[in-house]
Design a protein around this ligand. Structure first.
Ligand code: GLU
Length: 468
């Protein structure tokens, strides 16, 4: 059975790059009817990892990514780590090192002066004497002194590390007994039964050390897939300046989870030239063997395009519900369908959509003076007055087509082009140019409100004339 995991360090929020590898791991597990486990790497006691962990779980919930089984917290596993450290000590695969900080610093300086790589010299590796007094030892693992460590990576191929160059007998437990990063990752991955590790390639250099731990403990080494980083348009590692890095910021900006996940799956993975993937398709098609070998480029336009696609294809009831987060209460509006059908086509984000809705259902707070001047040239006032009259006479109106019909009536009556009525009416209703069809706007706000807005715009026009 395929068992994958996501192992975030709770540092404040769920990072977009982390989410991408989480998604890959999730998809790969789901595709194989395997398990996707979540492990919180919260060993850094200085950080407020509780809140940060909640932020990660909240993001997962928003995105609909469920993990299987209990969440594993490294902070609760000290006894387990200790057991394996003791085992290695007992088997002579790890040892206590009594080198003081001063001695280590002196060794480093000497190595640097000789232009050598700073490296522990193994002086306690086979130490049999009496330990110096007053030094709390660290515990080091016996790493191979020579030879190669090969990471068989499903993305990068075989990556060969020379033991001599990269390994020394690295510390697996500090002098206070706390285990170190690479040790706990390897122990946890092994005990959790993780057999497919998909993670960022910033971790590739940790992998040989983790393999040393696996081998010392006699665990099976998992398959690794190290995913190249996400870059910005300038080819640099993605940073806060390039857009949001916090996943929940995408929610606040009005992105749909489907769009964000679709966007992320295509960052570094492809299936032919297909761009749009439903969750079902992702689960069916994702394969880590198709992860790209080179860095992927973050592209906001692509995300916007996908988001627009998903907004368009989300039922109006659902959209109305989502818009409440943006201060728009449409759920019981009787013209919700007409309004959202018209606006959904035009919005890149829910936030944008919310603004568009507000601009229609609330009367204009102000009028764009330039638009006003342009639209109210010539006979505009008379045309609007006539339109208002015809509207009043028209009885009950509901549909956009019924409002359209009244506009046409005025057009025919006066023998004018559509723009002659359309422009001033638009500015009267919305305060500016742009926006969806006027017939839709009118159907949504209703006849009384149309008449009120026309009257107010005419007052404004008179005031402007007086000022001029
Ligand atoms: N905790 C690590 C991180 O947040 C990931 C560890 C791993 O995937 O092996 O970067």
């Amino acid at each position: 059975m395929v068992v994958t995991r996501f192992a975030p360090s709770p540092t404040g929020y769920l990072h977009i790059g982390g989410l991408r590898t989480a998604l890959f791991s999730y998809l790969w597990a789901r595709k194989n009817n395997g398990k996707f486990l979540l492990r919180i790497e919260d060993t850094d006691k200085k950080r407020n990892s509780k809140e940060a962990t909640e932020a990660i779980l909240k993001a997962f919930e928003w995105l609909g990514l469920e993990s299987d089984g209990e969440i594993v917290y490294q902070s609760e596993r000290d006894a387990i780590y200790k057991k394996y450290i003791d085992q290695l000590l007992a088997e002579g695969k790890a040892y206590k090192c009594y080198m003081t900080k001063e001695e280590l610093d002196a060794l480093r300086e000497e190595q640097m002066a000789n232009k050598q790589r700073a490296k522990y010299d193994g002086r306690y590796r086979d130490f049999k004497g009496t330990p110096p007094e007053g030094v709390e030892p660290v515990i080091r693992i016996k790493a191979p002194l020579s030879g190669e460590i090969v990471v068989h990576d499903g993305v990068k191929g075989d990556v060969v590390f020379q033991a001599e160059d990269i390994l020394d007998d690295f510390i697996i437990a500090r002098s206070d007994g706390s285990p170190t990063y690479n040790f706990v990752v390897a122990v946890d991955d092994a005990l959790m039964g993780i057999n497919e590790v998909i993670r960022g390639d910033d971790h590739l250099s940790n992998t040989p050390k983790q393999i040393v731990v696996y081998e010392a403990l006699g665990f099976d080494i998992p398959n690794y897939y190290h995913v190249p980083m996400i870059h910005n348009q300038q080819g640099k590692k993605l940073s806060k300046r390039d857009g949001a890095t916090d996943v929940m910021a995408y929610k606040e900006m009005g992105y749909l989870p489907e769009a964000l996940l679709n966007f992320l799956v295509r960052l570094g993975w492809s299936h032919g030239d297909q761009e749009i993937f439903s969750m079902e398709e992702m689960k069916e098609l994702f394969d880590p063997k198709d992860i790209n070998k080179s860095a992927s480029i973050y592209n906001t336009e692509k995300l916007d395009w996908l988001n627009a696609h998903y907004i368009k294809n989300t039922p109006n009831d659902k959209i109305a519900e989502l818009l409440t987060d943006f201060g728009v209460m449409l759920s019981s509006h009787d013209k919700k369908e007409i309004l959202l059908d018209a606006l959904k086509e035009r919005a890149k984000t829910l936030k944008e959509l919310a603004n568009m809705v507000q601009e229609i259902i609330n009367e204009p707070k102000e009028y764009d003076e330039k638009a006003m001047k342009k639209a109210f040239k010539g006979d505009a006032v008379k045309i609007l007055e006539l339109f208002a009259n015809r509207l009043e006479e028209a009885g009950e109106l509901h549909l956009p087509s019924e409002y359209h019909h009244v506009m046409e009536q005025v057009i025919d009556e006066l023998g004018i082009g559509f723009g002659k009525i359309g422009q001033p009416l638009r500015v009267a209703l919305l305060g500016k140019m742009g926006g969806p069809g006027l017939d839709v706007v009118m159907a949504v706000i209703g006849k009384d409100e149309v008449l009120v807005r026309i009257a107010k715009a005419l007052v404004k026009k008179t005031a402007m004339d007086l000022e001029a």
